[in-house]
Design a protein around this ligand. Sequence first.
Ligand SMILES: [Zn+2]
Length: 282
Amino acid sequence: MNKKPNGLLYRQILTGKTVFMSFLIAAVLTSCSKNNEEIASEAETNAFNVKNVKKGQLNGQEIIYERKNGMNFFQGDIVLTDKQLAEGSEFNKGGASYSRWPSGKIYYTVASNMGSINANKITTAVNEYNTKTNTQWIPRTNQTNYVEFIFGSSSGSDGWAHIGYQGGKQTVSLDQYISVGSVIHEMGHTVGLYHEHTRKDRDQYVKILWNNIQSGQSYNFNIYSSGTDIGPFNINSVMMYWPTSYSKNGLPTITRADNSSFTYNRTGFTTGDINTINAMYP
Ligand SMILES: [Zn+2]
């Protein structure tokens, strides 16, 4: 299958500031719901450095990820530890399917520089998990294994997170523009969820428009077949990419399989999301 985007020429012609401005314009055209600072930040992080793209293995499957700021970014905003990648050639190791939080209890801390606005978003998101799912997010006292919410805008779009239970301290990073729905999304990675569009059965439900994807970013749309698909495909999932994710031209990169558009959900959990998490944490 031809997954190679026609972006090489585009990248060679447009360099430096021109590339930045073209991303900025595309972002402005496609991200009406976002403010200007967020758009500029996304445009900068989208100025992609191809040489940082690496091949590795996760849960016995070859994957492609980006090495950035000393971290390994998979599917855009999922951070894999070096240990996960080192164990990646072994099936049943390294992947999120085999790294559940014991008893569904997730202890957490919030960095002191988070600010009250984001702290309130975290509280709202924690309440969503604690009232609607079988996971319990509990403020840490002295537990060894926990997640820290840190404040930072580097390395991702509006947030990133380690996937599944890692042991020791792991991280959810949130920038100042993140929505509650996106906090729920990042916490979904902590719980062990990958992105909906990488399910094995996704081609029955969505179409990937490879030619609209920014040069060097198409690997973010690869199917991750070593994950465990739970329940039916859910295009409204809080874990679904948005329709113009990594678009180079403002046109959709994902549509429904019948070519029609879909609505991007970052308002919160769908029933399917809740059922999936509760199947993982019965
Ligand atoms: Zn994500």
